[in-house]
Write a protein that binds this ligand. Sequence first.
Ligand code: ZN
Length: 411
Amino acid sequence: MATRTVKRAYKFRFYPTEQQEQELLRTWGCVRVVYNKALQMRHTAWNQNRQRVTYAQTDRAMTGWKKDPELRFLSEVSSVPLQQCLRHLQAAFVNFFERRAHYPRFKSRKRSKLSLTYSTRGFRFDADGQLRLAKMGSPLDVHYSREFDSGSASTVTVTQDRAGRWFVSVLCESEVESLPTVNRSVGIDLGVKDAVVLSDGRRLNPTDSYDVRRKQRKVEQCQKRVAKKAMGSNNRAKARTKLARATAALADARRDWLHKTTTALVEEFDTLCIEDLNVAGMTSSARGTMENPGRNVSAKAGLNRGITEHSFGEFRSMLEYKTEWYGGTVVAVDRFYPSSKTCSSCGSIKTGLRLHQRAWTCTDCGSRHDRDINAAVNINAAGLAVYASGDGVRPARKPAAMQASAAGSRQ
Ligand SMILES: [Zn+2]
């Protein structure tokens, strides 16, 4: 069977010493300063002179900032993550200019998630497999849960989640075997009532997983406890820490479900047709628009919902890189295609179908349709037509997207 070499991220938990934690937090502080200054620089250049600033220009500017007596602390930490954050900013602007993402935002101590990227200059694996980061005396206490080829590692990203847990994500090369061709296609409708509806009639939800249900109950319990404690009290602070931990565990369980579901889909089908939802537009507005009340609102409501807007993007990028790895194709169907209100039996379009109508009857041929399954059947048919004509096939994402979604083994 054919094998191919792919980039793959391996994510492990690690336990920093107090000293290492201080160094990581200090580096993160410097990354925020550099990122924000560079963003300000690009912002001013664009607003005042309609000029685009390059990565190289921001890198030169950083050399100047380090000489500023007030910013001397910038040269006390490893320069590698500082440089990498300028590259991330560059990528964020490219995505913005190509209309894939919103305008980059300033990084804040409270709101932004800690993330430090080390390129090969900034880390090494010892002969005994221990990971050492630049400017850090001792190796990290990483709890490796699976094997990978550390010799092929090209970047190491350190993150800390909201519950305070530390992770390293190692991007390396890995060999995967292609799956046999099965010549089966499926239409996938991503919905609100059911997370994933397939054209063969199946409905898949994170709450099918016992683990997700258990962790969801735990989050709800913790939320109630927080609500009962007095504002500003010590007990409230403790309850909030527990809530953060439970929420992080729930997010892990949901991601695990996404991994299992997407892998099963890629194993079972080789052409996967999905709707080309505008995920960037759906997720990144904090204030929100009239139709879409905004991230914070929906994140809170989303705990009880099948799949959050964020997960739509994650679901799709997992499908894309897994088909890239194992063979197969993801076909994106134009998001303005009326998949819900077209009759999958005769093709006539139902007028006046409301969002709350879960089922409807075609006035032309009399077929009774479940809204979501009908949509999935139409997406499948449209996807195959698009694929046959050679249009609309979206190229697989770059390794950066894979890294963000913490790819594991084929789970
Ligand atoms: Zn019909």
